[in-house]
Design a protein around this ligand. Structure first.
Ligand code: AMP
Ligand code: TRP
Length: 324
């Protein structure tokens, strides 16, 4: 019997950070290695056009994401890795899904509201972004989508669109389910009420940060009043965020960490966390893959994805009566 399909993706819009890794990519590697799924990992370059970008940097940003996937342990022999824009069926399907998406559903998306806040003018791509994501998922009949918590709303829309299309035109799509990691919402190092994001580089640990930057950023991370290393999201959100990060990086559970640092204060805790982060992230700083190898992985991945996408597109067009 064939394995269920699992899909996820990352935007090539700068350097990847600890939130991307602990919230998503680390989990992908475990899911891939469980051998229970047929895995597809996309570099969603069309999504990344919705924010300001420099065309001369885009190619390097795409290759940078592939490099990080490989360094994390995504294996091109086990998983398909490809670039979104190499599969035009994805934008074709996005157009079709546009026609069944209520505008109000898009306008209430948290990510859209955050990204368009205080802007005089907002591009339409920022609004329709979740439809393109739904197309990525539905095109390949994915059953599972491992993402960080910030993407759950988009996934819910994907499910709604699948259901709506199926009801209107006959069963065509699978309603996908999310898979969340334990660290599905890594918070900013200086403000534990905001998620870690590359838009605030000083408060975000990049996967290829040099050791001295990692140490500096963790030492500066906000902790809470008192000096006890204790997990309490309400009263100690800063320390709790660091504990979640520590647990995800080291595999040592939070109760064990609390015991280890009982009576020791924040200084020792942070300096050990910095050591763990420096050690775990070494793989991203040190991995070397030639551009040629990365490109050949992408060509191979796109060939396989293209076959699946084009046959699914035929079915979709048939359902809509578009094949004359
Ligand atoms: P993006 O960089 O927006 O393409 O995100 C790639 C993946 O990383 C998605 O699955 C996001 O949900 C996840 N992600 C991004 N930021 C965080 C964060 N601060 N905590 C947990 N997951 C995150
Ligand atoms: N929108 C997702 C993000 O910003 C990226 C994405 C695009 C994605 N297409 C996808 C994730 C399909 C999972 C499946 O993180």
């Amino acid at each position: 019997m064939s394995k269920p399909i699992l899909i996820s993706g990352t935007q090539p819009d700068g350097r990847l950070h600890l939130g991307n890794y602990l919230g998503a990519i680390k989990n992908w590697v475990e899911l891939q290695n469980s051998e229970k799924y047929e895995c597809y990992f996309i570099i969603v370059d069309y999504h990344s056009l919705t924010v300001d970008f420099n065309p001369t940097e885009k190619k390097e940003e795409v290759l940078g994401v592939v490099r990080a996937y490989l360094a994390a342990g995504i294996d091109p022999k086990k998983s398909k890795i490809f670039v979104q824009s190499r599969i035009p069926e994805c934008t074709e399907l996005a157009w079709i899904l546009n026609t069944i998406t209520p505008l109000g559903e898009l306008e209430r998306m948290t990510q859209f509201k955050e990204k368009s806040e205080n802007k005089e003018s907002v591009n339409t791509g920022l609004l329709t972004y979740p439809i393109l994501m739904a197309a990525d998922i539905l095109l390949y009949d994915a059953r599972f989508v491992p993402v960080g918590e910030d993407q759950l709303q988009h996934l819910e829309l994907t499910r709604t669109l699948a259901r709506k299309f199926n009801n209107k035109f006959g069963k065509t799509f699978i309603e996908p389910r999310a898979i969340l990691s334990k660290a599905s919402r890594v918070m900013s190092l200086d403000n534990p009420s905001k998620k870690m994001s590359k838009s605030h580089p000083e408060t975000c640990l990049f996967l290829d940060d040099p050791p001295k930057d990692i140490e500096f950023k963790i030492k500066r991370a906000v902790t809470d009043s008192g000096s006890e290393v204790k997990f309490d999201l309400e009263k100690k959100p800063g320390v709790s965020n660091l504990l979640l990060i520590y647990e995800a990086l080291s595999g040592i559970t939070i109760p064990k960490l609390e015991k280890k640092y009982a009576g020791k204060g924040y200084g020792q805790f942070k300096s050990n966390l910095a050591e763990v982060a420096i050690k775990t992230l070494a793989t991203f700083r040190e991995s070397k893959f030639s551009d040629k190898k990365l490109k050949s992985i992408l060509t191979n991945g796109a060939e396989k994805a293209k076959k699946i996408a084009s046959s699914k597109m035929q079915v979709i067009k048939n359902r809509l009566g578009l094949r004359v």
